[in-house]
Design a protein around this ligand. Structure first.
Ligand SMILES: Cc1cc2nc3c(=O)[nH]c(=O)nc-3n(C[C@H](O)[C@H](O)[C@H](O)COP(=O)(O)O)c2cc1C
Length: 450
């Protein structure tokens, strides 16, 4: 396989208290105040100094579907809403991209077009929108429903939602605003367009009450992993987050996305696929292992088991803990994690011959691994250069320490190897990712002779 060169795309996924369920209990962790904006500010600035492309902020429309008794022993039940948080981060950073999560199942296109568009203006064009469809009943129950709609229905709504949002962002053509103080003409009415959308899910008249976002359309981010999700991602996504248990599986996913994009008439280079990885970094392998074990010792057994049961949507108590993970028939549970996450965990258990105990207590639902800085850099390089990913989304296990460890220990190695940029090349997220700015649909129509 051709070895590619040049910088990869780097994103830091910050979760309050850290991705590892025990990490909030570490001394000096953000667990001391998970609602603190200052924690996010400092971590985002560390990532910006390292020249990361993106700070990614995940979100859900629930506390987390664990029984209260167990949720109360985690730092997962509370967090800042990400659009609001992104606005605040936009004001204190200047170059790094910021990705906010918002659900198409439980919002309205007019609302999100305004909110994400405003963020793009406020940040000077540094915004991505992580388009999610939400996947659990407890989130639906905050929005007047008893159950989450089936996945095909969610993705059908998501497609129309996104089409409407992009249409609204194209309300003003780029040269529509004249601001001519002499003539008194503020904008050119011929370059100002109402949407007039009537579809299966939405009826939106427009126009959007906002000039076009600096990036034209903020970057569309997505993590589809099901058949419907991959089709949606291949058609619409620009920055994708993937979860794969091995380099081989990651390469297959990468190919599926790039082929799907070509089939949808897109240039595969217009989609950047990031592999999600949870690094726990040390100067040496022993130091990394020790950090990891320190977090593992802080895990609560009942919480770990309940989390694993929530991920799988089933009772796991019948499985002997010290035997290899058997073939598990997954129920079609709408309170579990997406099937892709479940398969990821089961594939990993199969590939690495894990016991039930390692699955339940070792995983934390994510790809956590302790590595020396050098070994981590080797692995990133192999994944990147052999076509398993265009870059990485680092699900930071313990914060803020995991961010500083990565920036101080791994980034210098990556930089020496040319895998992370020396400096930002542009002012917008699109420019830094090498993604073209979409031409306004009305301008395109105007330039095509009738
Ligand atoms: C790195 C990463 C971050 C994600 N962040 C969120 C999130 O913040 N909120 C959310 O509801 N889903 C999130 N997801 C889940 C995806 O949106 C998606 O539902 C999942 O990957 C399964 O795909 P499917 O919807 O096609 O089944 C994330 C997935 C990955 C891999």
């Amino acid at each position: 396989m051709a070895q590619r060169k040049g910088p990869a795309v780097w994103a830091a996924f910050l979760w309050p208290g850290g991705h590892h369920h025990g990490a909030w209990r570490l001394p000096g962790s953000t667990g001391d105040d998970i609602m603190s904006f200052d924690n996010y500010r400092r971590m985002a600035l560390d990532c910006e100094r390292a020249k990361f492309d993106v700070v990614f902020l995940g979100d859900r429309l629930d506390a987390w579907p664990l029984p209260d008794e167990y949720l109360a022993r985690t730092a997962r039940g509370a967090r800042l809403e990400t659009i609001t948080l992104t606005a605040a981060l936009a004001a204190v950073t200047s170059r790094i991209g910021l990705v906010a999560t918002a659900s198409t199942t439980f919002s309205e296109p007019f609302n999100l077009a305004r909110q994400i568009g405003s963020l793009d203006h406020i940040s000077g064009g540094r915004i991505g929108w992580n388009v999610v469809t939400s996947y659990t009943d407890d989130q639906a129950q905050n929005y007047g429903l008893d159950h989450i709609p089936p996945r095909p229905a969610r993705y059908a709504r998501a497609q129309e939602f996104l089409d409407v949002v992009k249409g609204l962002w194209d309300t003003y053509e780029d040269d529509a605003v004249l601001r001519d103080k002499e003539t008194g003409q503020f904008f050119d009415a011929d370059r100002f367009h109402k949407l007039g959308h009537e579809g299966s899910h939405f009826k939106v008249a427009g126009p959007l009450n906002m000039e076009r976002p600096p990036q034209g359309h903020p970057v569309i981010c997505q993590a589809g992993a099901s058949k419907d999700g991959i089709a949606f991602a291949a058609r619409n996504g620009e920055l994708l987050f993937s979860i794969n248990s091995s380099i081989e599986r990651a390469r297959d996913y990468y190919q599926a996305i790039k082929t799907g994009a070509a089939d949808a008439g897109r240039d595969p280079d217009d989609i950047k696929v990031l592999a999600s990885i949870n690094p726990v970094i040390g100067r040496t392998q022993d130091e990394a292992e020790e950090k990891y074990q320190q977090m593992q010792r802080l895990l609560d057994d009942d919480v770990s088991r309940t989390f694993a049961e929530m991920y799988f949507g089933m009772d796991l108590s019948g499985y002997p803990l010290d035997e290899l993970v058997p073939e598990i028939e997954l129920p079609d549970a709408s309170h579990g994690m997406p099937r892709a996450h479940q398969e990821y965990m089961l594939n990993k258990a199969r590939d690495e011959k894990l016991t039930m105990r390692q699955l339940v207590y070792g995983f934390n639902g994510t790809n956590i691994y302790p590595k020396s800085a050098e070994a981590a850099a080797d692995e990133f390089q192999e994944w990147y250069e052999t076509g398993a990913a265009d870059g990485f989304i680092l699900q930071i296990s313990h914060v803020p320490e995991g961010v500083t460890d990565f920036v101080e220990l791994v980034v210098p190695i990556l930089r020496r190897r040319g895998l992370i940029r020396e400096d930002y090349v542009g002012t917008t997220l699109r420019e830094n990712l090498g993604l073209a700015r979409p031409v306004n649909r009305h301008t395109t129509a105007r330039s095509v002779p009738a």
